[in-house]
Design a protein around this ligand. Structure first.
Ligand SMILES: [Ca+2]
Ligand SMILES: [Ca+2]
Ligand SMILES: [Ca+2]
Length: 331
């Protein structure tokens, strides 16, 4: 697996971002100028940023995101993106005066762009690939053009790896259409280019409806809102093995599907262990994802699928549009 994470920042509120990101930081969200979908995110909210735990310590990470600076003048040097090994910052991408960006590891600036590498009040697609090491290497691309590249010390801990990514822009910096890859596997193991993250919601009943609606008899209308409305309406079960699959909105697309991120907001309401998994239904087969713990407070089951589990190959548009997605109680 090489595609570790995607986010379109569309389906959840600022208050719910700590259900999705692991460090408890929260974004503020903007509906004013999303690049795609309904929202983009400002990571600044508490001057701390929002961190994604990657689940692996990767020697090579490739990260891309659309970047919008809403300030009226170029701000001073500030973090935009930071890679961490645990709590140790390995390397950071900074934005600064005259529209320059620079790459910093510790107190050492490895490279600085020419002026106007980024523009104010415009979306640009920024990608950074880092090989962590002493020496390691880096490459910055803006709108798919290589803007900086070179080698140097790209770590501050003793490990040639990072396992956390922190989005850390100041007030006025917005991000959208985020991806994070490592270089493992045969798919999505290098720059993906200028991509978008399309968010779709349930729009019809699926083939398996074994959970119970909180009201009425229609399932999908209880779980199709953004953001999740928690205890207002939902489906529920206490039966191990009970499965729900729903149809989702179709997408139209020029280009290919690089991966599918699946999210379900869930909680348990009593003591005792509960675990659940995400389900992807292709044809008449339900494919399980990894078993994940269910908490007493709402959080998300989340999974990135690079391939259609029925074929082992990247999703085609028609395969994605006809697939169903859902959940299964596992314990
Ligand atoms: Ca968006
Ligand atoms: Ca609901
Ligand atoms: Ca569909």
């Amino acid at each position: 697996m090489a595609l570790r994470w995607i986010d379109g920042f569309d389906h959840y509120s600022a208050a719910h971002s700590s259900r999705i990101y692991e460090d408890g930081g929260i974004f503020s969200m903007s509906t004013t100028f999303p690049r795609t979908g309904t929202q983009c995110a400002n990571p600044h909210y508490h001057d701390y940023g929002v961190s994604k735990y990657l689940g692996v310590s990767a020697n090579v990470l490739i990260l891309g995101f659309a970047y919008y600076n809403d300030n009226g003048a170029f701000p001073g040097w500030h973090n935009i993106l930071r890679f961490f090994d645990g709590t140790t910052e390995q390397l950071a991408l900074e934005g600064g005066p005259e529209g320059r960006m620079r790459i910093r590891s510790g107190s050492n600036v490895l490279a600085t762009t020419q002026p106007l590498a980024y523009s104010l009040k415009q979306w640009q697609y920024v990608e950074l690939k880092v090989t962590f090491g002493a020496p390691g290497s880096y490459e910055l691309r803006i709108n798919t053009k290589t803007t900086l590249s070179g080698s140097g010390t790209t770590r501050q801990s003793t490990n040639n790896s990072a396992n956390w990514v922190r989005l850390n822009g100041p007030n006025g910096d917005f991000v959208d259409d985020l991806y994070i890859c490592d270089n493992s596997g045969t798919l999505n193991n290098d720059f993906l280019g200028d991509i978008k993250v399309v968010t779709v919601y349930p729009n019809a009943e699926g083939s398996v409806l074994e959970w119970t609606p909180s009201s009425g008899s229609t399932h999908y209308t209880l779980v199709d809102e953004a953001p999740a409305n928690d205890d207002t309406d939902y489906v529920y079960t206490s039966t191990v093995g009970a499965t729900e699959t729903l149809n989702f909105q179709d997408i139209t697309l020029t280009g290919s599907i690089l991966g599918v991120g699946q999210f379900a907001c869930i909680r348990k309401d009593d003591a005792g262990t509960r675990e659940a998994c995400l389900i992807c239904r292709v044809g008449n087969t339900n494919y399980e994802g990894p078993q994940q713990t269910v908490n007493n407070t709402y959080s998300y089951l989340k999974q990135v699928r690079e391939t259609n589990p029925a074929t082992g190959a990247p999703w085609t548009l028609s395969e994605f549009n006809s697939a169903q997605f859902g959940v299964r109680m596992k314990a």
